[in-house]
Design a protein. Structure first.
Length: 234
């Protein structure tokens, strides 16, 4: 049995995942930088846009706060708070407004009880546990004699929860962007040509979630291959 981190499965499964993830990150950073240089005509900041979009979708009482970091924007349903990074919160650019509106889209999902979002929220606790324990359990199982093979598959089952979480995240993120673009257009926050720029930013961001799902699936396939090869050597 080869070492987990040094066998052919790494190059078959993980190398493509790493390349796809890097490409997605480059694209989102490039799109954000480009449209961070383009101001909006109405000069509305990201924080103002988040509030406006949230209210337009019936999400009232949403708090908008500033957080440190780059592209660390998020919505926390536990306290109904949208957190916007420093280059989004007070910026009146197409990129800032687009990203802020996307997070407001999540607030609207929460307010309206969007079903895929409910599933995703319910998966968070078990996913956090599974993602931390899965790989260590698999490694321990690979070290143990073959009769303890069930340990390997227990770890793989736990990791499957992380894969499921990534897959459920996709419709949630795509829907949040759809709500954001529709609200920005319907409310007149962005003009049609500006809206195209926001779409490009959010489309690039969506690619990072696709890349994360692809990486999770490839990791799962790698684990299954390693487990299968171990049995084949018996």
């Amino acid at each position: 049995m080869g070492f987990y981190y040094f066998d052919y499965t790494y190059f078959i499964y993980m190398l493509p995942a790493i390349i796809v993830t890097m490409i997605a990150q480059v694209k989102v950073q490039s799109a954000f930088r480009k449209y961070s240089r383009v101001g909006t005509l109405n000069r509305m900041t990201g924080a103002q846009a988040a509030n406006a979009v949230a209210r337009s979708g019936g999400a009232y009482g949403v708090q908008v706060q500033r957080v440190e970091g780059n592209l660390t924007d998020n919505f926390d349903p536990r306290n109904n708070t949208i957190s916007l990074s420093e280059n989004v919160y007070s910026a009146s650019t197409i990129a800032a407004v687009g990203v802020a509106a996307h997070e407001a889209g999540h607030a609207i999902q929460h307010a309206q009880g969007y079903f895929p979002n409910k599933i995703r929220t319910a998966l968070v606790p078990v996913t956090n546990i599974g993602s931390r324990l899965a790989i260590p359990i698999v490694i321990v199982g690979l070290i143990l004699p073959l009769q303890y093979d069930f340990v390997v598959y227990a770890g793989i089952a736990l990791y499957s929860l992380a894969v499921l979480f990534q897959l459920v995240t996709l419709p949630v993120e795509f829907n949040a962007s759809f709500r954001a673009i529709r609200a920005l257009g319907d409310s007149g926050i962005l003009y049609p040509d500006e809206l195209e720029g926001a779409k490009k930013v959010l489309t690039a961001a969506a690619m990072t979630y696709l890349a994360a799902s692809f990486a999770a699936i490839m990791t799962l396939l790698r684990l299954l291959t390693i487990a299968g090869n171990r049995r084949g050597r018996d």
